[in-house]
Design a protein around this ligand. Sequence first.
Ligand code: SF4
Ligand code: FES
Length: 252
Amino acid sequence: MNLTLKVWRQKNKDIKGKFVTYQANNISKDMSFLEMLDVVNEELVRKNEDPVHFDHDCREGICGMCSLHINGRPHGPNQGTTTCQLHMRSFHDGQTIVIEPWRASAFPVIKDLAVDRSSFERIQQAGGFVNVNTGGVPDANVIPIPKVVADEAFESATCIGCGACVAACKNASAMLFVSAKVSQFALLPQGQTERYSRAQAMVAQMDAEGFGSCTNTGACEAECPVGIKLTNIATLNHEYLNAKILQQEESH
Ligand code: SF4
Ligand code: FES
C-alpha cells in the first residue's frame, strides 16, 4: 500500500504545531499502525530528519500508552481497538491518513504525537488505592464476593488509562476514567474503608487538573478501546453524592 500521512508535528507545548505531509510507501496490510510509523521514522532517520514522536509500550493492547487520534477518532476507525492493535488492512491503498495527538489542555503536548498524561497518575494517587492489608492471594480468595459483583468490579478494572475518553469528549472530561477507578474499589469489600473520601479526592484532583465537565454525550463510551460503560459514571455520581451527604451529617 502507498499512503499519504498528514502528521501533527510540534516541538513542545509552547511552540505552535502544524501538519506535515509524509509518504508511506510499500506498506504491508499486515503491519500494525505503529509498525507503519516505524517504517516512516526509519526513512526520516536515514534522511537525517527528526523522527515523529509517539507513545507506545506493550503493543498488545494492555498498557494504555498508545494514543493517536487517527482520521478524527481516538485509536482510529475500529471499535474496541487500541492504536497498537490497529492494522493497516483497515485502510486502503492511496488513502490519506490524518494523525494527531490527544487534544485536551490537561494533556499538554510533550512532542509531536506524545502528550503528558501524568494528570491521570495524580488523580490515581489522590484516591485510587486501598490502605487495608489484603494479605496474600489465599486470604483474598476466602473473602466471599458474589460472582456478579466480582465480574462488575473486574470490568471497571480493565480501564487501561489511555485517555481516549478524554480525547473523544467535546468537554475533555475525564469522568469515564475516574468513574472506572472509583467503581472498581467501591464494589469490593477491600475498597470500603476509603470509599467516600476516595470519590471526593479523585473528583477534586480531576477538577484541579483542568478536565471538563461531563454532559452525558456518551462519546467516551463509544471510543473506549476496552468498553468501559457509562454506568460507571452513574456509580461515581452516586458515590460522590453519598460522600457529600455523609460529610454534612458528620458536621452537624
Ligand atoms: S475509560 Fe476507556 S478510554 Fe478512558 S482511559 Fe480507561 S480505557 Fe482509556
Ligand atoms: S502500546 Fe500498550 S496498549 Fe497500545
